[in-house]
Every structure is written in structure tokens, then in C-alpha cells.
Design a protein around this ligand. Structure first.
Ligand code: HAM
Length: 422
């Protein structure tokens, strides 16, 4: 039996990885300008962390976590998201006593046992940022401005920002009660899952994607009408700050998000090109209270996570992530005719690399013809054939592969010549 990769996971090969690196580089540079520092938390956490923060009635915790028992019987889980681990680390490392407002970002793999399809995987990657210690709506607008700048810097244009407020523990319970009452009267129009959620977590009904539920969902009361004065004020200030940054936003009264820790502001950035159901590129919001849920001191928090696979799909325009393997192209491929030339080329390649030039030497002891073929396959910019006469005269001829033109140089001049040619 041939061993293969696990369903819902994928390899990122040379040829594709360069785009991932560019995204990461652009994000790191930009986030730095806003004061964010990178945090790397473990991929494994106690299951309890996610159960308490994301919520035991969410799809993620009920059905999608990769959970195992370790040898001591402790339940541990491959992280399905990055916010709870960051907050756990923030508490555990006493970050709040170091700085009043901590700005942290992360890039890494997350794991959810979902049914794989385009844009939905079991191992996927997120770039996320969290700001802890502030409940100012202006910081929410700043985070979104940073996101817009990132997407624009990467050349993405067709995306939409959806915003909503999901209230707080003061105003939400009354809305949830009202929602439940309404859902009970409409039970006959709802799918089985929504009927179950009516009792366990009625807010989740709002993001049900089953087409037959939509007419009933459209008739449900909107949370915006139930917000307390403080939440209303917070949301209107958030909108004001977005406006002053000239960030267009669409209010989406049913945007409640699939994680229970949110209060007040929630948002998504969606793109029609991702398809009708998996259209969210970015999800985020405020989560004051999450810290307390996991045993920490009160802490305010706001952040987002962007799905890297979805971003790559949008930027590459490819329908899948399986771009074919493509090795990097050498600046110069050093061809040898015999063993002394091979040994010479090893030294020359080493010198060129010290000068910052990607030089390639063939190790397979193949004929000159097969070395030239390999240079072509690798798309080398220059080749240089070295044999007895080159070793004697110290003169080497560089051939530009694009047009076949040749330049003869002393060995010592090669690095400078290639540097200018770059
Ligand atoms: P989320 O909406 O669950 O939020 O995920 C954020 C993004 O991760 C999604 O918009 C999507 O692009 C990507 N994503 C999620 N699941 C998958 C999957 N199975 N395959 C591919 N991509 C996926 C969170 O994770 C929150 N922690 C965001 C946050 C940060 N809220 C506050 N701070």
C-alpha cells in the first residue's frame, strides 16, 4: 500500500511556497508598523482551553476537534484556532503587567475535522493578530485598516467587509430568549440541526447555511434592535472610525460567527470568488471576557484570523492548492568536463554563493549534454562550461541561456558580472 497524505491536508511545494513566503513577509513587515510582535504558541493545548472559550455547543468543539488522550489520560487537542492559545499565553506569561496594551500576531497551522472541499481543509493556516488590553472601538478600526492595507499590498481588490455587533452579557440574554421563542414557533420550517440549536444555542441558527432554513431565518429579529445603550454607542463609534479611515463596511445583522467568545463587534471579510458557502477570507471580533472563561483576570481583546489557503486561492487564481513542483532557477549552472573541473567548480560555486549568487553544480557525474539539459530544465540564467583549457587559461565563458550570447571573463570577474546582471 502506498502511504499518502491525510485527506484535507496538503503539501506546499517549491513553485507555490514562494507566494506563501511573500504573504508572510508582507504581513510581518506591515504588522510591525502597527506595533505587533510575533507570538508562537504550541500546536497542542489542553482540550479544556477550547471547550471553555470557543464554547461546547459550537460546531468546532462538538464535531471538529482533533482530540487525543495522552499517556496520563489528559485530554489534549490540536489547536483549531489561535485566539484562545494567545490569550492563554498572555495570562500565563503575565504580559498584562509588562504592557497596558499587547499587540501580538501569529502565523501557523490550525486543525479542524471538517468535510474537505475547495477552501476548506483539515489542516489549514491562519495569519492572525490579537490586541489585548483595550476596549476602544478605535483600535478595532485600526486593526481593520491594517488588514485592508495587507490585502491591498498583496494586490487583492474584490473583497467586502461585513460588520455587526453581537451585544454583551447585559443585552444579549434578552435577545437570545426572544430569538428562542421565535424559533420555537417556526420549528416546522427549520432543519433538525437548527431545531436542536433552538434549545442549546439559538444564535448559531443565524449562520445556518441550509437553503430551506433561510426564509425563516430572514424573518428573525435582528440583534441590532436589542443592543444596550453602551453596545449601541460602541458600534456607532466603531463605524465612525471606519468611516474616517475611508473603509467601506456593510452591516450584516446575521453575522454572529461560529465561536461563542465574541461580544460586541464581529466582522468578516468575504469574497464572492471563494464560492457561496466558504466565502470568508477573514473572521474576527471582540472577545472581552474570554480571559475570565479560562481562569485569567479580566482582559479586553479584539482580533482576527485570515485563512492563508483561501488567500492563496484568491491571489493565484488557481482552483486548487496543488501547484506542480517547480525548483528555483540558478543564476549560473557550472558545467564540468572532468574531475579536476568538477573540483574547481565546487570552489567557484562556494565563492559565488558568498557573493550572494545562486550557483549550481551537478553532482551526478553526468555528461556535458545531460548537464546542459539539466541547466535548461532548471531554467538557469547562465551556464559556464569548465574543462582543461579553462583551468589552464583562467578564462571562463558565460553563456546567457535566453539568447545564447557569450561573454568571456576571468574567474575573479564572474561574481561582479553576475551581480550587475541580476
Ligand atoms: P474563524 O472564522 O473560525 O475565526 O477562522 C478565520 C478564518 O480561517 C476563516 O475566515 C477562514 O479563512 C479560515 N478557515 C477557518 N476554517 C478553515 C478551514 N477548515 N479550511 C481553510 N480555512 C479555514 C477564528 O479562527 C478566530 N480565532 C478569529 C479571531 C481572531 N477572532 C478574534 N481573533
Amino acid at each position: 500500500m502506498k502511504v499518502q497524505s491525510i485527506r484535507g491536508t496538503h503539501d506546499i511545494l517549491p513553485g507555490s511556497v514562494e507566494l506563501w513566503q511573500e504573504i508572510e513577509r508582507t504581513a510581518r513587515d506591515l504588522f510591525g508598523l502597527y506595533g505587533y510582535a510575533e507570538i508562537r504558541t504550541p500546536v497542542l493545548e489542553e482540550t479544556e482551553l477550547f471547550a471553555r472559550s470557543i464554547g461546547i455547543e459550537t460546531d468546532i468543539v462538538r464535531k471538529e476537534m482533533y482530540t487525543i488522550e495522552d499517556s496520563k489520560g489528559k485530554s489534549i487537542t490540536l489547536r483549531p484556532e489561535g485566539t484562545a492559545p494567545v490569550v492563554r499565553s498572555y495570562i500565563e506569561n503575565g504580559v498584562s503587567s509588562e504592557v497596558p496594551v499587547a499587540k501580538l500576531y501569529y502565523i501557523g497551522p490550525m486543525f479542524r475535522h471538517e468535510r474537505p472541499q475547495k477552501g476548506r481543509y483539515r489542516q489549514f493556516h491562519q495569519i492572525g493578530a490579537e490586541v489585548l488590553g483595550s476596549d476602544n472601538p478605535a483600535i478595532e478600526a485600526e486593526v481593520i485598516e491594517m488588514l485592508f492595507r495587507l490585502l491591498q499590498a498583496l494586490g487583492l481588490q474584490d473583497f467586502t467587509l461585513l460588520i455587526n455587533s453581537v451585544g454583551c452579557p447585559v443585552c444579549r440574554p434578552a435577545y437570545v430568549d426572544r430569538l428562542r421563542e421565535e424559533l420555537r414557533t417556526r420549528a416546522g420550517e427549520l432543519c433538525e440541526e437548527c431545531r436542536r440549536r433552538t434549545e442549546t444555542n439559538p444564535l448559531r441558527v443565524l449562520d445556518c447555511k441550509v437553503p430551506t432554513c433561510q426564509p425563516a431565518i430572514d424573518q428573525l429579529p435582528a440583534i441590532a434592535d436589542w443592543l444596550c445603550p453602551e453596545c449601541r454607542e460602541h458600534f456607532s463609534l466603531f463605524q465612525k472610525y471606519l468611516k474616517s479611515q475611508e473603509i467601506p463596511a456593510t452591516t450584516a445583522p446575521r453575522l454572529v460567527r461560529g465561536l461563542d467568545y465574541y461580544v460586541r463587534t464581529t466582522f468578516e471579510i468575504v469574497s464572492g470568488r471563494l464560492g457561496p458557502t466558504q466565502n470568508a477570507l477573514v473572521g474576527g471580533g471582540r472577545y472581552d471576557g474570554l480571559s475570565e472563561l479560562i481562569g485569567g483576570p479580566p482582559a479586553k481583546g479584539f482580533g482576527f484570523a485570515m485563512g492563508m489557503e483561501r488567500l492563496v486561492l484568491l491571489l493565484s487564481g488557481r482552483a486548487d492548492l496543488g501547484a506542480p513542483y517547480k525548483p528555483p532557477a540558478p543564476e549560473i549552472f557550472l558545467v564540468h568536463l572532468d574531475q579536476p573541473a568538477f573540483e574547481h567548480n565546487l570552489g567557484l560555486a562556494s565563492e559565488l554563493r558568498k557573493a550572494g549568487i545562486f550557483a549550481y553544480v551537478d553532482f551526478e557525474g553526468k555528461s556535458i549534454k545531460s548537464q546542459m539539459r539539466q541547466a535548461n530544465r532548471l531554467n538557469a540564467r547562465f551556464t559556464c562550461v569548465v574543462g582543461e583549457s579553462e583551468l589552464q587559461t583562467g578564462q571562463m565563458t558565460l553563456k546567457r541561456m535566453a539568447d545564447g550570447s557569450q561573454t568571456t571573463l576571468k574567474r575573479i570577474e564572474i561574481a561582479e558580472y553576475l551581480r550587475k546582471e541580476k
